[in-house]
Design a protein around this ligand. Structure first.
Ligand code: RFL
Ligand code: PHB
Length: 388
């Protein structure tokens, strides 16, 4: 097998990269170790930034997004029993869209396949070779047969647990990492969300997030232990705790819980994001706590930069943009890391915090809600910094 760009992973990053490359007239093949059904039903992120919404429409994958997406002007904070609205549209002229990652993945995969793009599902034993030469190679097995994909470049879009990043010699990489002493217990419930936009709630018992998938489907999260035992959380206890953490700032409709899970939290960045002809993108290179809703958005920013750099290479032979790929991405990645950490430290309870820390958090929330300058800084980060 031969292609210009071999892409490992058919998550948001890999699928979008392949579509953007097609637009630049560059051939690629995507290798994915799971089935199409699996990647299209994996429950993950919910929120996309304004520019991602616009990009999905621009590439012709926005039809269902326009029908089903929930367009929000801002978010609420809940603190001391009061809701505070931050109106991004009024502050920075941008909004955000609730449209589930699995729907984005469905739309991207359908578009790619419709255009004649190639995704090989259910590959196994994927390994990279010769990545520091002009002819990198991806070895894998498919339907029991050993195969080789010869390419000019490799897109490492295989997520945090993939094989691309671990294949880079450790002495070449600097890893920046930070753990958090908590996770999120998330549920999906057949009930309307408590407000028409997301509520980020500060409470003595810990953080809670009130998100949604549709006007009749709520996605709700509670700060919990990183290794929380779900058996200790019968449905009634979850509802009681959600209601408590909303602190009476509004009513919480209750419904049948369809799904329960625990998500750990981590901040992680690897530098550089490239090695020879291997370019990492998305979760393969960086992870952030979900409090800032940045993961999928950042994965898309990486592949926009990568597709532009590859486009320049094939058009002009110049490797300047490719050489600068990592730096271009990391600029944005670190701003998203900072923002995700900021939202996380603002809202969660920490093991060794003091009463001073709690008062400082509350003051910061109320100051942000009441100051146009502070609210604007939050709005421009949350709704998405400009790409260029
Ligand atoms: P993905 O989605 O993990 O895709 C990687 C793909 O690679 C495949 N793969 C392999 N394929 C071939 N060979 C191998 N050896 C392979 N190893 C792995 C995998 O099967 C998979 O298909 O990474 P990508 O594309 O970089 O996308 C990143 C996003 O998935 C992630 O950042 C977001 O889900 C994070 N996130 C959020 N991001 C947002 O932008 N907005 C949000 O509101 C948001 N909320 C969230 C989130 C993540 C969460 N969890 C579950 C971690 C909320 C939660 C709870
Ligand atoms: C979600 O809807 O899953 C979601 C929204 C915003 C976040 C995290 C998760 O910050």
């Amino acid at each position: 097998m031969r292609t210009q760009i071999g892409i490992v992973g058919a998550g948001p990053a890999g699928l979008m990269l392949s579509l953007l490359l097609r637009r630049a007239g560059i051939h690629s093949i995507v290798l994915e170790d799971r089935s199409r059904e699996y990647i299209e039903n994996r429950v993950r992120a919910g929120l996309i930034e304004q520019w991602v919404h616009d990009l999905l429409i621009e590439i012709g994958a926005g039809e269902r997004l326009l029908q089903q997406g929930l367009f929000h002007d801002g978010i609420y904070f809940s603190a001391r029993g009061r809701l505070h609205h931050i109106n991004f549209r009024a502050l920075v002229g941008k909004g955000v869209t609730i449209y589930e990652q699995k729907e984005v993945v469905k739309d991207l995969a359908a578009k790619l396949i419709e255009e004649g793009g190639e995704i090989v599902f259910e590959v196994s034993d994927v390994s990279l070779d010769q990545v520091t030469t002009a002819r990198p190679l991806i070895r894998f097995r498919h339907r029991g047969e050993a195969r080789e994909l010869v390419c000019d470049f490799i897109g490492g879009c295989d997520g945090f647990h993939g094989i691309c990043r671990p294949g880079i010699p450790t002495e070449y990489l600097t890893v920046y990492e930070r753990g958090y002493p908590f996770g999120w217990l998330g549920i999906l419930s057949e009930s309307p969300p408590p407000a028409s936009e997301l509520i980020y709630a500060h409470h003595e018992h810990g953080f809670a997030l009130f998100s949604m998938r549709s006007p009749t489907l709520a996605r709700l999260y509670l700060q919990c232990a990183p290794d929380e035992d779900l058996a200790l959380w019968p449905d009634e206890k979850i509802w009681d705790e959600l209601r408590t953490r909303l602190g009476g700032s509004c009513e919480l409709p209750q419904g049948r819980i369809m799904l329960k899970g625990v998500t750990p939290m981590r901040s992680f960045v690897v530098e550089p994001m490239q090695y020879g002809r291997l370019f990492l993108a998305g979760d393969a290179a960086h992870i952030q706590p979900p409090t800032g809703a940045k993961g999928m958005n950042l994965a898309f920013a990486d592949v926009v930069f990568l597709s532009r750099a590859l486009g320049e290479f094939y058009r002009t032979g110049s490797t300047v943009a490719l050489e600068g790929y990592s730096q271009t991405c990391l600029d944005r990645v670190w701003k998203a890391q900072r923002f995700s950490w900021y939202m996380t430290q603002l809202l969660h309870r920490f093991p060794h915090e003091t009463a001073f820390d709690r008062r400082r958090q509350l003051t910061e929330i109320e100051y942000t809600a009441g100051s146009k300058a502070a609210a604007t800084a939050l709005a421009e980060n949350y709704a998405g910094l400009p790409l260029d």
